[in-house]
Design a protein around this ligand. Structure first.
Ligand code: HEC
Length: 164
């Protein structure tokens, strides 16, 4: 009984510190990232998407240049991945980040001409689907279809990506 009463204040301290910790973390969540940090996270995410697109694109470039042998299965697989990723691209640009000073290659024109930007993204969706379909027809037809995929990348980059 004696040390139960002794324990009581200790328990309260534990409870109090738990409550304090919870309050602190809640306020940390409430403060959260700043709008600029959120915008940079959005930019990082869309850059990540294009990095992945680039990963799937690269081997087909190698085949086009004759650096690696033509492989219909790889072309079909990679083109269908590019197709899926391209379909996500407009979602990642739905948030206008142009008012922030970010590390980004995205030009502000994207959000002034969003319909045109989305149309250019749709061109990548269509041309990559056509490439996946053409892969089994052999290198000639596949590379012709691949040329249109490359054209879709360039068509958007020319207008909406900062030139190096
Ligand atoms: C609808 C427009 C659009 C299309 C289509 C498009 N891109 Fe991009 N791409 C962009 C924009 C905008 C950026 C800059 C993104 C940023 O920095 O926020 C970019 C950035 C990139 C980057 C740099 C990513 C990084 O490391 O920051 C690569 C690589 C890339 N694109 C590859 C491609 C390839 C390959 C294709 C075609 C298969 C393609 N893109 C098609 C608009 C497009």
């Amino acid at each position: 009984m004696r040390y139960l009463t002794n324990l009581q204040p200790l328990k309260l301290t534990v409870v109090a510190s738990l409550v304090l910790t919870a309050t602190l973390s809640v306020s940390a969540i409430a403060e959260g990232p700043t709008p600029a940090e959120q915008a940079q996270a959005t930019a990082d995410t869309r850059q990540g998407l294009f990095k992945i697109i680039g990963r799937y694109f690269g081997p087909i470039v190698g085949m086009a240049r004759g650096q690696i042998p033509y492989d219909a299965a790889v072309v079909e697989y990679n083109a269908s991945k590019i197709n899926q990723l391209a379909s996500m691209s407009t979602d990642l640009f739905s948030k206008d980040t142009s008012e922030f000073d970010l590390e980004t290659g995205a030009l502000p024109g994207i959000w002034k001409n969003q319909d045109d930007f989305n149309a250019k993204a749709a061109t990548l969706v269509e041309t990559s689907a056509a490439l996946a379909a053409a892969a089994s027809e052999g290198k000639g037809p596949a590379m012709k279809a691949f040329g249109k995929v490359g054209g879709a990348c360039k068509g958007c980059h020319d207008d909406y990506r900062q030139q190096d």
